[in-house]
Ligand binder design. Sequence first.
Ligand code: ADP
Length: 420
Amino acid sequence: MTLRIGCIADDFTGGTDVAAALRRAGLRTALVFGVPDDTTALPAGCDAAVIALKSRSTPAAEAVADSLAAQHWLWGKGAAQIYFKYCSTFDSTPQGNIGPVTDALMDAAGAGVVVHCPASPPNGRTVYQGHLLVDGQLLSDSPLRHHPLNPMTDSSLSRLLTAQTRHRAAVVDWSTVRRGVDAVREALLAHEQAGVRHVIADALTDEDLAVLGAAIRELPVVAGAAGLAEGLGHAYPTTGPATAEPWPDEGRAAVLAGSCSARTLEQIDRFHTGGRPSLHLDVLAAAGGRDVTAEALAWYDEQDPAAPVLIHASASPEALHTVQDRLGVAEAAAQVEELLGTLASRLVERGVRRLLVAGGETSGAVTTALGVRAVLVGEEADPGVPWTYATTEHGDLALMLKSGNFGAPDLFVRALTSAK
Ligand code: ADP
């Protein structure tokens, strides 16, 4: 198998996001969880593979080591171009990790210049004169200036980058991008000859990103959010419609939710309304030694096999605080992840073949419990929320991994009750 693009995403949600973007561009795309090794198998016939790391907020040295390992693995699968996917708000600090990881990937590839563009026009992220705007506001004036981990108080991508790397940065501005692919290529060459290594490209629309994609098609390393990846994906010839995806017509359908985000709570509420079968897991009882898993499975076995079921630990902010106060945050999370991971395995054993998982951490716990390390990315049910296809020891599975605030309020109902 020969990949065309190998992508390294600095977090789990970002991995799903960029994988969905590459698939939209017509590439048959796999998503791999964590640094792969010799035993990690990709679905057959993929054009692109995305490795989802957890390197956004780890120490820079660790982020660099994981990214380099991912790059080597992708090269081993034939990927000639490496795309480093980070957040469309350039979530990082003066220590990194965007600068150090990009530099390491470039050094390993012998690349002279890299193009960065975190624009994501459908989500209101644009780049103009090298400055990042969020819904038309400078990043530093947006709510991101109060981000709990990495407050973004500067909007100049050159300044943000040069704090993270010892190399020079410069901008290819919007007027150049508007002049088209050749103009961008010339500007890149001029920057490279002048000793610039990090080039920030302006983009206001998807059309701009398509121009950039075509202009950077030959660069060994490219960096940005999902929008530029989609633009780049369009620059690759496609082999026609994707090979049929293995949608399971047989088997039962279930949602497992561990996310307490407002949108997930709405989706749970919408599912529950109308009398669809749903069960809340008592996390405190589980911590106290009650066999909540066995109780949940007994409940599941009594349900109508034709009806999708929902099993969740999700709680309102007040209820969540009560549990966290009693158990501590880490222990509460460990309990929930253990419960939902075990349930996922038991449900798949019992014949569930369509499984929707709500929650970023929860998704990690479920894929680990199921032994799923790579999936084929399918059609999106909502923006950034694709169905994926996995192989487990009990059979093939359609798996939807949804992080907290993603998806419309009716996602659970729509995704699991509609036929393909
Ligand atoms: P999101 O994507 O919405 O952030 P995550 O799955 O990443 O969702 O995180 C949700 C966190 O909330 C997990 O760590 C989970 O263990 C925790 N959690 C969920 N339900 C409960 C509960 N009832 N009590 C305590 N913690 C909970």
